[in-house]
Design a protein around this ligand. Structure first.
Ligand code: ADP
Ligand code: MG
Length: 425
């Protein structure tokens, strides 16, 4: 036991160069070492990666890490390799020979961490090879991607459940920065975490100062802010066009350290832009919400919202990308009256009133022909298109009512099937 305590710290020092763990990192690592299912909810930048990387080194076998983005995997594997840690990722970019040699090194217990996308969990070749690999534990990064109701929903995260079924003895560590209890419950349920140890920390970020400002000439205001900062930051805009136009405006005004980023770019362009930004001390990226998940850059000194984010969750996540090094950082939210009015409209479109609520309930009654809505046992598939037809309500409202009923355990969704119907939304 004593030796093990020492080993933990020695490993931390040797590979990462750190002298101490942060907050709950150590207890999380202990939980994983002790083969418990573990659920970790820590804000972005808290240091979740270490919570699986370090135990992966200490445990026998290979840790399987499920990660939503190839860029993230590459980044982490490169970082680990630069520390002298044997880690690999699988992707369709690798040729067969490379993949084979990765599998071989895992089988020999040499590779301690294997990163894969959730899609790969159904790949035949992968499944065959994995049978010959001793898995230490499964780490599910960005675990909220399994939640149907979150904005990062990835249907392929459902694959994890089957994989878990076929490997019942392998413990699972789920990590996310999403704080809502709804999403948490869904993670526990869908990953089938057994009596998980849950680690949750206050989501307060003391070093981020938040400013909001009502302003009409936003381009000019942003220019003024940037003139006085020569530091790295992100400006979130709502549309691709805004991203491009703002970048152009700033460049015309001699701010040459700005660039734009959005989902319309080619992968190559995205990678180039992201890596320039990543490696700079004063680069500013103007982006739609295409840019974000898993950004691991310490010295982001500011985040500016050109308009309000679509939800508080988004806002929190996005401003959370500043100040990950713990140093003072600031965020600006620029808004105008029209945007707030639009928000009211968005809310009106999402939140059903009592009549609308009853309409949906009535429809469910008529379809399932039950006298009372007492169906916790009963699992059925919901046909959202049918409800839409019948009620003529917006999908957002229907979705909200269904979510509510689901959370009250009044109705259940028939797993994958209901997912696909809800996907139609
Ligand atoms: P998360 O996944 O929670 O968003 P990361 O795992 O990417 O966070 O870590 C964020 C930063 O914190 C990284 O640069 C990492 O090296 C650093 N970090 C993690 N653990 C420690 C520690 N114990 N001491 C100092 N820095 C740490
Ligand atoms: Mg992370």
């Amino acid at each position: 036991q004593q030796d093990f305590q020492e080993l933990k710290f020695k490993t931390l020092k040797h590979f990462w160069g750190y002298d101490s763990f942060r907050d709950s990192q150590e207890s999380i690592i202990d939980s994983v070492i002790n083969e418990k299912d573990t659920l970790v909810l820590l804000p972005t930048g808290a240091g979740k990666s270490l919570c699986y990387q370090l135990p992966a080194l200490l445990k026998e076998g290979t840790c399987l890490i499920i990660s939503p983005l190839l860029a993230l995997m590459k980044d982490q594997v490169n970082q680990l390799k630069s520390k002298g840690v044997e880690a690999e990722y699988l992707s369709s970019e690798l040729d067969e020979y490379d993949a084979e040699s990765i599998y071989d090194r895992c089988k020999d217990g040499l590779t301690k961490m294997l990163y894969v996308s959730p899609e790969r969990l159904t790949n035949k070749q992968f499944l065959q090879n994995i049978e010959e690999i001793q898995l230490s534990f499964i780490a599910v990064d960005e675990a909220h991607c399994i939640s149907e109701w979150g904005q990062d929903f990835r249907p392929s995260y459902q694959n994890i459940k089957d994989f878990r079924h076929n490997h019942p003895k392998i413990p699972c560590l789920a990590l996310t920065a999403t704080a809502t209890s709804k999403v948490l419950e869904e993670i526990k349920l869908k990953l089938e975490l057994k009596n998980p140890q849950v680690f949750q920390k206050s989501f307060r970020r003391e070093n981020i100062r938040i400013f909001t400002e009502e302003i009409s000439d936003k381009f000019q205001r942003i220019f003024d802010i940037l003139k006085f900062t020569n530091e790295s930051g992100i400006i979130y805009v709502r549309t691709r066009k805004e991203a491009e136009q703002l970048a152009e405006f700033l460049r015309k005004n001699q701010l040459n350290n700005v660039d734009f980023f959005h989902a319309g770019l080619t992968t190559k362009e995205k990678n180039t832009k992201q890596s320039i930004w990543n490696n700079s001390d004063n680069n500013v990226l103007i982006s739609t919400n295409a840019f974000g998940m898993g950004i691991d850059k310490d010295n982001v000194r500011f985040v500016i919202h050109y308009s309000p984010a679509p939800s508080i969750e988004n806002f929190y996540q996005e401003i959370g990308r500043s100040g990950r090094d713990g140093k003072e950082s600031f965020t600006f939210l620029l808004w105008n009256k029209q945007e707030i009015l639009n928000f009211d409209q968005i809310l009106k479109n999402q939140i059903p009133n009592k009549t609308e609520f009853l309409k949906i309930i009535n429809y469910l009654y008529s379809i399932f022909q039950v006298a009372e809505f007492e169906l916790p046992e009963k699992v059925f598939q919901l046909n959202v298109a049918g409800i839409q037809n019948f009620t003529k309500l917006s999908n957002a409202k229907i979705k909200n009512v269904l979510t509510f009923l689901h959370n009250q355990e009044i109705i259940y969704f028939n797993e994958n099937k209901s997912l696909s119907s809800l996907q139609l939304l």
